[in-house]
Ligand binder design. Structure first.
Ligand code: SAM
Ligand code: SF4
Ligand code: SF4
Length: 342
């Protein structure tokens, strides 16, 4: 039996606890969004992970089980495109069986949701976030690097709503001069629907997207733009440390969120770790590397040894990249988001 109580609520160097784990179940994707997996880099010759390198569902479950003892409360399955991972509902079921109170969410580009939303809801998925950067077919293709129209993504959102995975959050990455013109249309499309659109500042994740500060449209501009058409007022966070800043329509037709990760960093409340598809634990989205857990998992280590390793990684953590970005932190190497899990 693992002595959970002695290790519970381990705090990192900044006094933050581990509450939230993002699990990348695959580094592959059926889209090529330029801000995440630009086609020039992630082309035919790109070396994605082999099957044997990727953690099995049993290995993921074991890590989650141990982290529950350290205070973990929320899980998000992501990637790459998580619905490309075969039998994903089985993983959700396995995680749900560990803890009926664990918050389990999924982030997806939505295209495969009509196939899986019902099954995922039945086995205990709580919520879905769907990424959708424009309703205009040309802008959508430009942002997603795909040959789709937005319709399959909208069908995915519908499927999630029908399956009861609500409210569906709709993530929009805003790139200045590319899809900023789509902000009001997206807000309008989901006003009154019960679903929540969240506008995310374009971030300098990885090193392949050619990010420049000039391409970032500050979240306050997004709020100003929507407010000029549909008046907004601020809403209190749902819980302390919530990443998205909430705004509601003054006419009562719902709310939007903005995530100002670049212009208003929120590292001081960051309780999040990320597990890459091949079993490396990252304590920051912008970390140059992660700590390998797969070797320990696959060399017959007992739970106690693994738990000690997990605790030591978290206790060592001192990350606050976004707060240091303007002080030159951006010159260090960074892993790609599709690998580490968005
Ligand atoms: N493929 C799924 C999807 O797109 O929803 C899940 C993985 S994706 C990496 C997770 C989230 O990260 C998406 O909402 C995506 O828009 C966001 N994202 C990716 N690159 C980003 C960047 N450079 N800046 C801000 N958000 C980004
Ligand atoms: Fe794929 Fe999601 Fe990255 Fe777009 S943001 S390339 S859909 S992983
Ligand atoms: Fe958390 Fe790192 Fe993002 Fe700061 S930069 S909020 S520490 S993931």
């Amino acid at each position: 039996m693992v002595p959970f109580s002695s290790l519970e609520l381990a705090a990192d160097q900044q006094g933050r606890s581990l509450r939230d784990l993002r699990i990348s179940v695959t580094d592959r994707c059926n889209f090529r969004c330029g801000y995440c997996m630009p086609r020039e880099i992630f082309g035919r010759d790109f070396a994605f992970l082999d099957r044997g390198e990727i953690l099995s569902f049993e290995e993921i479950r074991r890590i989650v089980r141990l982290l529950l003892g350290l205070g973990l409360r929320k899980i998000r399955l992501t990637g790459g495109e998580p619905l490309l991972r075969r039998n994903l509902p089985r993983l959700v079921q396995m995680l749900r069986q560990l803890d009926s109170g664990l918050d389990i969410a999924l982030t997806s580009n939505g295209v495969l949701l009509p196939l899986y939303a019902d099954d995922l809801a039945k086995v205990g998925l709580d919520r879905v976030t769907v990424s959708l950067d424009s309703l205009d077919p040309n802008r959508f293709r430009q942002m997603s690097g795909s040959f789709h129209n937005p319709e399959p993504v909208l069908a995915g959102i519908d499927a999630a709503v029908k399956a009861g995975l609500t409210p569906v959050k709709i993530n929009v990455v805003v790139r200045k001069g590319i899809n900023e013109c789509c902000i009001v249309d997206l807000a309008r499309a989901f006003r009154g629907s019960g679903q929540i659109v969240r506008f995310i500042e374009y971030m300098d994740v990885g090193t392949t997207n050619g990010w420049r500060m000039d391409d970032v449209l500050p979240a306050r501009e997004v709020v100003r733009t929507i407010h000029s058409v549909f008046p907004l007022e601020p809403v209190d966070p749902n819980y302390p440390g919530e990443v998205a800043e909430r705004w509601r329509y003054t006419d009562g037709r719902g709310e939007i969120g903005v995530i100002a990760s670049v212009t208003q960093p929120f590292c001081s409340g960051c309780s999040r770790a990320r597990l890459s598809a091949d079993g490396k634990l990252f304590t920051c989205l912008f970390a140059p590397g992660g700590q390998d857990l797969r070797h320990t998992l696959r060399t017959a280590a007992d739970d106690e040894k693994l738990l000690k390793l997990l605790t030591a990684i978290w206790r060592r953590r001192n990350d606050r990249y976004s707060e240091l970005r303007s002080q030159g932190a951006s010159s260090q190497p960074r892993v790609e988001m599709s690998y580490i899990g968005g």
